[in-house]
Each structure stands twice: as C-alpha cells, then as structure tokens.
Design a protein around this ligand. Structure first.
Ligand code: C2E
Ligand code: MG
Ligand code: MG
Length: 365
C-alpha cells in the first residue's frame, strides 16, 4: 500500500501511479551490468482519495481495492481511480463467484448448440456447444456474463471440464439416434487459455473419448487468439498432443488478435473461424470482402478448412458462397438451441436447407 500526501487531485495520483508502473520496466545498473527487471505483466494500481466522508481508514482501503479490481479488468490493465458504484460492483462479483461455484456443483450450467453448415451442400455438418448459466434468480446468463469471471477465479477449469464431457456425451447420443444429419455430426467445444495450460488436459480428453467412444476426429476444440497470448510451453505441448490424438483444432475469432499469423505457424490449427466482424458488412463493404478473401486464400495455402461465423442474412451467405467459403454458422441458419429444440428442429427436416428455402430466414428458436 502506498500513502500519498500533498496530492490534491486524482489526476496527480494517477500520474504518479503510471510513472511508478513504468519505472518497473526501466533497466537497472547493478555491478556494472544492466538488468531489465521482470515484473508480472499485469501489475496494476487502484487509487482512492481520502475525504471527510470516510469515517474509518478501512473504508478508504476497501475503495482502493475495488479500484484495483477494476484496474485489473480494464483493457489494457493499468491504473484506475475509485468511482461511485465500484464497491457495489465488487460485492456483486464476490457474490457471483460464490454462486458460480454452487452452480457448477448443482448443475445449473447448460449447453446450447448451434448448427454448422457446409455451404456447398447446404447440410448441417455439426454443432458448436455454447455454455449458458441457468441462474435461479437472474434467468439464462450468456457466457459474457460469467466466463471472464470464471477465468479470473480459475473456476473455468472445472467448468470447462464439465462442458467438454457433456458436449461429447450429447454428441454420442445424437450420433446413435441414427437420423441424418446427426449420425455423422461433429462437435466444437470452446477451450479457454487456462484450460489449455493445464498439464492434465490431454488426460481428460483421452478419458472422455475412451468413455464415450467418440471418434477423436468428431471432436473440435476452439481456441481464440487472445487465449494464446500468455503462450506458455504447456499450451503448445498440449496443442501438439491434441493434434496427435486426432482431435480437430479451430482458431476462433480469426483476425481479431495480435499475432494471428505467428500462431498459425506455431500451432497445429486445421480450421480458421472467420470472426463475425468481417462477415457483418461483407455484402457491401469492399474492405471486409478483401479481408475475407485473404483469409480464404491463406487457409487454402496452409491446407486449412474455414468456417465463417455470424451469417445473419441471405446477402452475406451469397457473398461467402461466391467467394468459395466452405462452411458457416449464424442466426440465418439457426440460433444456438437447447438439445430438445435441436431434436425438434432436426425432426422438422428444415435442416436440409434447400437453396430456395435459404431466401427466407429459418429456425428462429
Ligand atoms: P464464439 O466461440 O466465437 O461463439 C460464437 C458466438 O457468436 C456465440 O455467442 C453465438 O451465439 C454467437 N453467434 C452465432 N451466430 C451469430 C450471428 O449470426 N450473429 C450474432 N450477432 N452472433 C452470433 P455466445 O454463445 O454468447 O458465446 C460468446 C463466447 O463465449 C463464445 O464465442 C466463446 O468464446 C465463449 N464461450 C461460449 N461457451 C464457452 C465454453 O463452454 N467455454 C469457454 N471457454 N468459452 C465459451
Ligand atoms: Mg467458438
Ligand atoms: Mg468465434
């Protein structure tokens, strides 16, 4: 803890904090040698300003701590000053964390499934499993509302383990129903960076495959570029081991990270998922078309498959087909649905998207 006296505005304190953080990265001269200190990459500072409104020092410290939590979560992490509402947010997060632990134990997490379509045949080839939290009070929560928290707290490991096992179990059940297109379907499961760094990951995947009897090639693991940023040796070893097992590896949200091309070279991805921000404007925006065209060309030269994400209308689909994009998913085909809704959807036969049927949106679940 640092106590600053004689500082009059928050901006002065923030300025001091920023230069303090910067000073940790400056080289030190020690015994005639220059050393650059290594510091935790996410060194952060939270600031609270004393005032007569505080009756105990603990209150001031609690507010500085709320600001610290905020500083850690902002992009990029750094310095944050306390503002009204941060304390309530911090308390809410603590409650949510406790609830999430309970949710995992009590089975409140569910998976929804979104069809992936082969754009050349208009047929469903598989599903992406997307996690939801069926919260007792707050209803169905999207991953954005709990995955970042799960990642920060480490709960993502047990959460991800459950998701992986459940998605494989569901796929085996679907494949054994014998009905087309479930019979030959594959499943994509999202993996967080923390999971990828677990030395136990390969053992878990092997165990799930052995217990369910699922062919490894039917399992696809999706990794985003941002989850590879910490880029430890464990992640790379795990990716290579997964490839050896015969499990598919998708690079998710391709094009949105910092060093996409570098990752392509170092990790054995077999599929690129074009981020939906490039698909959104593809029907009219020249730049989006150029980017998608380059990604398709890149994938072809690396011998990789491509899935376009976020297809929402017929124009986007048409453009992607014209450009030769092999696969896609999006609300235009189907929204993510719970397993019962997927069963009902398959039973209607609407999944065999006829070209003319694709002129109007289908399956608004
Ligand atoms: P993602 O893996 O890129 O998943 C695609 C997201 O785009 C999903 O959001 C999906 O509902 C949404 N989407 C699909 N088609 C369309 C469309 O046509 N238009 C629009 N606007 N959106 C579309 P969702 O389910 O909210 O998931 C968000 C992210 O949360 C996922 O992005 C993934 O990174 C993460 N996530 C989901 N489930 C898991 C999980 O089990 N484990 C981990 N680690 N992350 C997960
Ligand atoms: Mg994904
Ligand atoms: Mg994505």
């Amino acid at each position: 803890m640092i106590l600053l006296e004689g500082v009059h505005t928050e901006a002065d304190a923030a300025h001091f904090a920023a230069s303090l953080l910067a000073s940790f990265h400056e080289p030190l001269l020690r015994s005639q040698q220059t050393r650059v200190p290594t510091v935790a990459p996410q060194l952060v500072i939270g600031i609270a300003q004393a005032s007569i409104l505080y009756s105990h020092p603990e209150e001031l410290m609690a507010d500085a701590e709320s600001a610290l939590l905020h500083a850690r979560r902002q992009e990029p992490p750094g310095v944050a000053c306390y503002s009204q509402g941060m304390r309530e947010k911090a308390v809410e997060r603590l409650e949510l964390e406790a609830e999430l632990e309970r949710a995992i134990r009590q089975g409140e997490l569910v998976l929804h499934y979104q069809p992936e379509v082969d754009l050349r045949t208009n047929r469903i080839i598989g599903f992406e499993a997307l996690m939801r939290w069926n919260h007792t009070r707050r209803g169905l929560l999207s991953p954005a509302e709990f995955i970042p928290l799960a990642e920060e707290t480490g709960l993502i490991v047990s959460l991800g383990q459950w998701g992986l096992a459940e998605a494989c179990r569901q796929l085996v059940e679907w494949r054994s129903t014998g009905s087309e297109p479930l019979q030959k379907a594959r499943i994509s499961v999202n993996l967080s960076g923390k999971q990828l760094e677990q030395p136990s990951l390969i053992g878990q995947v092997e165990k799930i495959l052995a217990e369910t009897g699922l062919p490894p090639a039917c399992l696809r693991l999706e990794v985003t570029e941002s989850s590879l940023i910490s880029d430890g040796p464990a992640a790379q070893a795990n990716m290579l081991a997964l490839e050896k097992l015969g499990v598919g590896l998708h690079m998710d949200d391709f094009g949105t990270g910092y060093s996409s091309l570098d990752y392509l070279q170092r990790f054995p991805f077999d599929t690129l998922k074009i981020d939906r921000s490039f698909v959104r404007d593809i029907a009219w925006d020249h730049d989006s078309r150029l980017i998608v065209g380059s990604i398709l060309a890149l994938a072809r030269s690396f011998g990789m498959d491509v899935v376009a994400e976020g297809i929402e209308d017929a124009d986007q689909l048409e453009e992607l087909k014209t450009m030769g994009c092999p696969c896609g998913q999006g609300f235009y085909f189907a929204r993510p649905m719970d397993p019962a809704a997927i069963d009902a959807f398959i039973a209607t036969g609407a999944w065999a998207y006829a070209a003319e049927a694709l002129q109007t949106p289908i399956a608004q679940a």
